[in-house]
Design a protein around this ligand. Structure first.
Ligand SMILES: Cc1cc2nc3c(=O)[nH]c(=O)nc-3n(C[C@H](O)[C@H](O)[C@H](O)COP(=O)(O)OP(=O)(O)OC[C@H]3O[C@@H](n4cnc5c(N)ncnc54)[C@H](O)[C@@H]3O)c2cc1C
Length: 428
């Protein structure tokens, strides 16, 4: 029986940019896996090249290093099944890990002395079939190796889009569906794992199974959020809806945490999935002394307002930023401002500290990209990323602000990375 909770829980992401040492190990090729693997027809797609091993033994976190014995560059799901079958039927099975875009932070897509399957190599062999939109436009069949940015671009060509996203889109479908896929749409639509109709999965016994809430449902629910431990996703069927053209994007500042969370909770309590007038996105973040009120996630505040925001931060040391978005298109552009005003009426942000932007839908969804490119150009992208994601019950979120945001993050001056905090309806 499904249980639904009326009380929201808070999602917080604390992302600290710092320089830690990596732990390094070395392994010899084929010291753990039977060299018989090289007699299979996938032999030519296996690599023990030092650069392939190096690539597969690190991730975006740059904190752990785990050395595989080989990397498989599959050109089809059958290649993956051949590898899994060889391990499963071997007297000494070895570990296998699917690697999407490698944006995990603690080695989740790595494997010690086993084989890493580089899912992205399938992309070039799909011959344009990696993202297929149904004729009625209700869903897209998407390869597990596809990046969400490519899913967005392909579906937008038909005026459609999925409804639930992550903040950053250069992640694979298989990678985020193995976690959760959480962002500012989650309060309304649920995480990405709640927005999947069915999947094709290769199991640990190398069986090809299609699963959904009605068919092989145990596998379906195990794989979604299963960290790649229950099978390899080769296709996911993602629901689509008509895509908006543009969005109104609003940020409001608070110096009082309970007022900030009170407004967040009020907003998510009012905005149901089928309510056409509802907000489409809600998040929140901390502004601390980082030099500029715009952090790497996106530049937002007008330059002329930077001095007044900076002096606010200097005075209070931490400011809370409530961020919301409302979609619109040609049919709704005239009523849009009024609807937004209505939605934000009665909120208690600091007078004079509401900022708005009007941008294309794709620019909003892909907002982290410009920050990524900036950090890359400064050599600050491929650095260690200690990163903590937590769900915190509503009853504890004020204590978390006092103990962690103020007591640790602020006291220890850990102000270099973004800290996000936003509520999610548990029933989603
Ligand atoms: C800058 C940045 C921003 C982010 N923002 C968000 C956010 O807003 N919301 C959010 O929810 N997450 C966010 N993440 C986290 C991200 O969703 C996860 O790290 C995700 O796993 C990354 O996808 P990937 O393709 O890089 O997966 P990988 O790191 O390659 O793999 C992740 C896990 O999935 C498994 N896996 C990969 N492909 C498959 C497959 N086809 N079948 C089965 N298992 C598979 C791997 O074995 C591993 O366990 C962010 C990450 C970064 C770096």
């Amino acid at each position: 029986m499904a249980v639904s909770f009326a009380i929201p829980a808070y999602f917080t992401a604390i992302f600290i940019l710092s320089r830690l040492m990596s732990i390094i190990g070395i392994s010899k090729p084929w010291s753990h896996i039977s060299p018989k693997l090289l007699t299979l027809d996938i032999a030519g797609k296996l690599s023990v090249d030092p650069s392939a091993i190096e690539q597969a033994s690190q991730d975006f976190g740059h904190i752990v290093k785990t050395i595989p014995e080989a990397v498989l560059y599959p050109s089809s799901p059958e290649d993956i099944a051949t590898l899994i079958k060889f391990s499963y039927t071997n007297s000494v099975p070895f570990s296998i890990a699917a690697k999407g875009h490698g944006h995990s932070v603690r080695g989740q897509a790595m494997v010690n002395n086993g084989v890493v399957v580089d899912m992205t190599s399938m992309k070039k062999h799909r011959n344009g079939t990696g993202i297929q939109i149904s004729t009625d436009g209700f869903y897209a069949d998407v390869g597990g190796e596809q990046l969400w940015i490519d899913v967005l671009n392909a579906t937008l060509e038909r005026g459609l889009a999925p409804v639930s996203w992550t903040d950053y889109l250069y992640l694979t479908v298989g990678g985020t569906l193995s976690n959760a896929g959480i962002s500012g749409q989650t309060f309304r639509y649920g995480p990405q794992i709640s927005n999947v109709y069915e999947m094709d999965v290769i199991t640990g016994k190398a069986d090809f199974l299609t699963c959904s809430p009605k068919k092989n449902s145990e596998l379906f629910y195990a794989v979604l959020g299963g960290l790649g431990q229950f099978g390899i996703i080769t296709r996911a069927r993602i629901p689509l809806e008509p895509a908006p053209k543009r969005v109104k994007w609003v940020r409001m500042l608070y110096n009082d945490f309970s007022v900030f969370t009170g407004d967040q909770e009020l907003l998510i309590s009012k905005n149901g999935r089928n309510d056409k007038k509802a907000l489409d996105f809600l998040e929140g973040s901390l502004l601390m002394d980082q030099g500029s009120p715009d952090n790497w996630r996106s530049s937002f505040f007008p330059t002329a307002d930077h001095p007044k925001i900076i002096s606010l931060i200097t005075k209070h040391r931490v400011i809370y930023c409530l961020e919301v978005v409302k979609h619109y298109d040609d049919q709704t552009k005239d009523t849009m401002d009024k609807e937004l005003q209505q939605l934000l009426k009665g909120l208690s942000y600091m007078p004079g500290f509401m900022f708005q932007k009007d941008v294309q839908y794709v620019e909003f969804l892909n907002r982290v990209r410009s920050g990524e490119l900036k950090l890359k150009s400064q050599g600050l992208w491929n650095v260690p990323h200690p990163w903590l994601n937590l769900f915190i019950p509503k009853s504890q979120i004020a204590d978390f602000n006092d103990g962690v945001f103020k007591g640790i993050v602020l006291e220890r001056n850990i102000t270099t990375g973004p800290v996000l905090v936003y509520p999610i309806n548990r029933k989603k």
